[in-house]
Design a protein around this ligand. Structure first.
Ligand code: NAP
Length: 284
């Protein structure tokens, strides 16, 4: 398969390039410096010249708190930009795989969110990601997959485990929120699933996240314990650690689409893979 990847220098993008190449596909990787998805004519031109069979959009404004003070800026990338990619892909006959987020939900459920659950984003970032889903569906009807995932971590960018490892190395004690529950997802695992989804061209929305669930506190405790660090990890509430963007209290994603949605390994296995690569990460 001839696969074009936007946002290819991002955390997920890097793993996707590697996973697609490892699976023997021809990869056309476009980092932001080479293709800005906000520029509709540049996107149309790049895709028409490249003639991909599948386009995976990994490009996004991912600064969740920053989006609160510049929602218009986030919307242009996450909404219009996503639409530009899907429209250009449809025009060249390619299938679009677009990556979206658990933050389209409000977190009021206490059992896993499935694809047909009603959306109700609490944050500017969540609203822009939802706008992107709608823009993709409108621009490439019947020719797209929207893959919602959550709590991404990987070796290709700043992420929660990397931050916890750094802080736990510097401090004796860390307070981490225990009242937000979700599914940490290793980008290496999600990347392989995206390649599979691109090859299968499963239509519509798919929930694809790491197996198992935990709170940020439980995630941090596991990271610190595996690293053998002496730092004490203590649970705290979201109210005790206010942030500009409101996060869903519960955003566990599961699929109601049976075998159509690839099932990822447990997040603990993702963490093992991440920890195995940690020396390489800290050496960068
Ligand atoms: N991280 C998470 O926890 C999480 C959870 C659920 C879903 N997602 C989704 O997963 C996808 C990948 O996220 P990630 O974690 O890999 O984030 P990331 O590391 O921030 O990667 C996003 C990439 O997109 C690029 N980009 C931003 N604006 C662009 C534009 N206008 N045109 C082209 N490229 C642009 C960024 O470049 P610069 O760095 O140069 O700006 C960056 O390389 C995104 O759709 C995100 O919304 C992420």
């Amino acid at each position: 398969m001839r696969l074009l990847i936007t946002g290819s220098a991002g955390m997920l993008g890097q793993d996707l390039v590697a996973a697609a190449r490892a699976a023997g596909h021809e990869v056309l990787a476009f980092p932001r410096a080479e293709l800005d998805i906000v520029d509709a004519s540049a996107v149309a031109q790049a895709l028409s010249a490249a003639h991909p069979e599948v386009v995976v959009n990994c490009a996004a404004w991912t600064n969740v708190d920053g989006a609160e003070s510049d929602e218009a800026g986030a919307l242009v990338a996450n909404g219009a930009g996503a639409g530009n990619v899907a429209r250009a892909a449809a025009a060249t006959g390619a299938w679009t795989v677009h990556v979206s987020s658990d933050y389209v939900f409000d977190g009021s459920k206490r059992d896993p969110y499935v694809e047909s659950d009603p959306v109700n984003p609490l944050s500017a970032y969540g609203r822009t990601k939802l706008a992107g889903e709608r823009a993709v569906a409108e621009a490439a009807p019947g020719r797209h997959t929207i893959v919602r995932s959550s709590w991404l971590f990987g070796t290709g960018g700043p992420c929660f485990p990397a931050t916890i490892l750094r802080l736990a190395g510097e401090r004796d004690e860390l307070n981490v929120v225990n009242d937000q529950v979700g599914c940490p997802t290793f980008t290496g695992h999600l990347a392989s699933a995206l390649v599979e989804i691109g090859a299968r061209r499963t239509s519509g929305i798919l929930h694809v996240a790491g197996g198992g669930t935990c709170s940020w506190f439980e995630f941090a405790r596991e990271i610190v314990s595996r690293a053998g660090l002496a730092c004490e990890v203590k649970p705290c509430t979201t109210a005790e650690m206010p942030r500009p963007a409101t996060r869903p209290a519960y955003s566990v994603l599961r699929s109601e689409r049976g075998d159509e949605a690839p099932r990822l390994s447990e997040w603990t296995q993702g963490l093992s893979a991440f920890m195995a690569a940690v020396p390489a990460v800290s050496a960068r």
